[in-house]
Design a protein around this ligand. Structure first.
Ligand code: G6P
Length: 360
């Protein structure tokens, strides 16, 4: 059942493996009989009417928001800002004249996000909550709810909720483009079914991910992740996963920003995991990899069929460039899992962390 581990040693591994099914489930839930996107008219209208969307979230959900912004801006041409809930709460940015708030929360109970929602409601602003728990506080208090249909997520480190949140954003972006009659060849449903297949391929390569964890992460005290554009979003999530469960000090950086400070930390043997899925920045990020390697770093490159070069450790199947985080995060989740496992950490219940944080 959903709340039992079955043959799995940890909920986290079970939940990583569930991702292809979650994506297929989302496709079904958001599709009508004729294969069109099925979405609440009121949500469509709220997105259509707003002049600027404010995405508010914490932790992994914030990282999904970074990707959601790109989808909404590039596909639906809607301006979007993404904010950390606890920052927004005490330092509200200048808002547009007709803002729409989108809260992303796996649990729907995060106090920092709720604080922002309470204020938004006081001011009469419209709100949507994207959550895995309909009926949760953020779901009840927002005007509308979009369900991520990921099933119960038990492991403290979020995996399937993150990919589900991004999948829902892709549907929202495509629906909004259609509603505005924007010409686009972005077909979220088609992309999501390719993604589910790609996830399955990667989940079948656990031995590869385990070997990477062994080669790079068993002894180290730190690890850097680098990427650009969509890959910068996903490496921030990769670094969060690794620190949450393995206690390795990890940071996700924009590849081009390394030379402005962080490269000082590179020593002989420092692991650097680089994600390169975007054709436009493939050569730049490879340049960054050469810079860190010249200073002794031990680099591990994750690329795609379109960006690959000899020596890359993982080559992902080709998918739409806006959607790559849904696929590139799978190896990052699995590498973190095996690093934590072999370092003897409590994978499902890491120290100092709670599944949902209901205090500010
Ligand atoms: C906690 C969890 C994180 C999660 C964050 C936001 O810190 O440990 O895994 O990403 O809360 O939770 P939410 O339920 O709002 O997505």
């Amino acid at each position: 059942s959903d709340t039992e581990k079955g043959t799995y040693s940890h909920f986290m591994l079970k939940e990583i493996d569930e991702q292809p099914f979650v994506i297929r489930n989302i496709i079904q839930k958001y599709q009508d009989e004729s294969g069109d996107i099925k979405l609440d008219e009121n949500i469509r209208a709220a997105i259509n009417d707003t002049d600027r969307i404010y995405i508010i979230a914490a932790g992994t959900s914030y990282h999904a928001g970074l990707v959601g912004k790109e989808m909404l801006e590039k596909v639906a041409k809607k301006p979007v800002e993404v904010h950390i809930a606890s920052e927004f709460l005490y330092n509200e940015p200048l808002l547009s004249s007709n803002p729409l708030f989108i809260f992303i929360s796996q649990s729907g109970e995060t106090a920092d996000s709720r604080g922002v929602l309470v204020n938004a409601k006081k001011n009469g602003y419209r709100s949507i909550t994207i959550t895995n728990v309909p009926g949760s506080t953020l779901s009840r208090e927002a005007d509308f709810t979009l369900h991520t249909y990921a099933g119960p997520e038990i492991a403290v480190a979020s995996t399937k909720a993150y990919t589900a949140q991004m999948a829902v954003f892709s549907i929202l972006a495509m629906d909004s483009a259609r509603a505005q009659e924007i010409q686009t060849d972005f077909n979220a449903i088609q992309e999501l079914s390719l993604i589910a297949n790609a996830m399955e391929v990667l989940c079948d390569q656990k031995d590869v991910m385990e070997q990477i964890a062994r080669d790079y992460l068993l002894e180290t005290r730190n690890c850097f992740f680098i990427g650009r554009s969509m890959d910068y979003s996903v490496v921030q999530e990769g670094a969060l996963k690794l620190k949450e469960i393995s206690y390795i000090q990890a940071e996700g950086f924009a590849g081009g920003e390394l030379k402005h400070g962080t490269i000082a930390l590179i020593e002989d043997g420092t692991p650097v995991i680089a994600v390169t899925t975007q054709k436009a920045t493939n050569l730049n990020i490879r340049g960054n990899v050469r810079e860190v390697e010249a200073r002794g770093a031990n680099a591990c490159i994750i690329s795609t069929e379109d960006t690959k070069q000899d020596g890359d450790r993982i080559v992902l199947p080709t998918i739409n460039e806006l959607m790559t985080p849904l696929v590139s995060v799978i190896p990052l989740q699995l590498i973190s899992y095996y690093a934590a496992l072999h370092r003897g950490c409590d994978v499902d219940k890491p120290r100092n962390l709670a599944k949902s944080v209901t205090v500010e």
